[in-house]
Design a protein around this ligand. Sequence first.
Ligand SMILES: NC(=O)c1ccc[n+]([C@@H]2O[C@H](COP(=O)([O-])OP(=O)(O)OC[C@H]3O[C@@H](n4cnc5c(N)ncnc54)[C@H](O)[C@@H]3O)[C@@H](O)[C@H]2O)c1
Length: 259
Amino acid sequence: MANRLEGQVGVITGGASGIGLACARRYVTEGARVVLGDRNPDALAAAAAELGAAVVSEQVDVTVEADVERLVARAVTEFGGLDVAVNAAGFGTFGFIADHPVDEWRAVIDTCLTGVMLSVKHEGRIMRDAGHGAIVNIVSINARVPAEGMSAYCCAKAGVEMLTRCAAMELGPSGVRVAGIGPGFIDTPMTAFTQVVPAIRDAYLASTPLGRAGQPEDVADAALFLVSEDGRWVSGDTLFVDGASMNKAYPELHKLVGA
Ligand SMILES: NC(=O)c1ccc[n+]([C@@H]2O[C@H](COP(=O)([O-])OP(=O)(O)OC[C@H]3O[C@@H](n4cnc5c(N)ncnc54)[C@H](O)[C@@H]3O)[C@@H](O)[C@H]2O)c1
């Protein structure tokens, strides 16, 4: 099936790489025009060049409200409105709580949680006023599965799952749906380090009952379902796209570094 987003306009944060870029490719293939936002100018230029006239790009830091407002406004000025959005910008750090610099904690919370809040705020305003729209927040299995050394990331993602539920209640009466996707282990630049530390990759695969690494396209297909007409009665929930890995303990990464 194609053209499920024909004539629609999207905003994708973290759209220059990995899961966000896969969503952009999928949405464009289905007929959407998309504004890509990312803080990495080189990756953004490459993504925009690949996707052509269906895409415009904006260098933004999602922790800066004026940047997010400018990004979302471009959907209206360039393409005439905003129908769908994917909030994928994010990253993690590694450090045990007793040794974790608070600046690193704040950076993760700022991007992964506050950045999603700012995105939903500005996307939601436009959608609320238009009386329709669908937003997908990229969560993680770490919203529910604790990981040693990843407390900031786990807490930020748990916050995004709850933000998704709250936003779905507030925006639902205006015809706007808000849902989450919780990926498991997905091959993207964020997890590229596992390609060079085989023990870590093996541990991720061992904790994934379906027995392979997820691909960004696995997430993009779910992100298409959620914003399309097929997902019309889904809001507030997070769909875990993880090969069943939520049911297993998270790899003990600190024991595997250097293994
Ligand atoms: N890869 C995985 O295994 C996995 C698993 C669960 C959840 N996730 C989540 O998926 C999302 C996408 O991650 P990915 O794996 O595609 O990683 P990625 O590194 O390929 O892409 C993330 C993008 O976000 C951008 N970004 C980071 N901070 C930003 C900021 N402050 N402002 C604007 N852009 C910013 C980066 O420049 C990058 O292009 C993240 O939220 C991540 O936490 C990834």
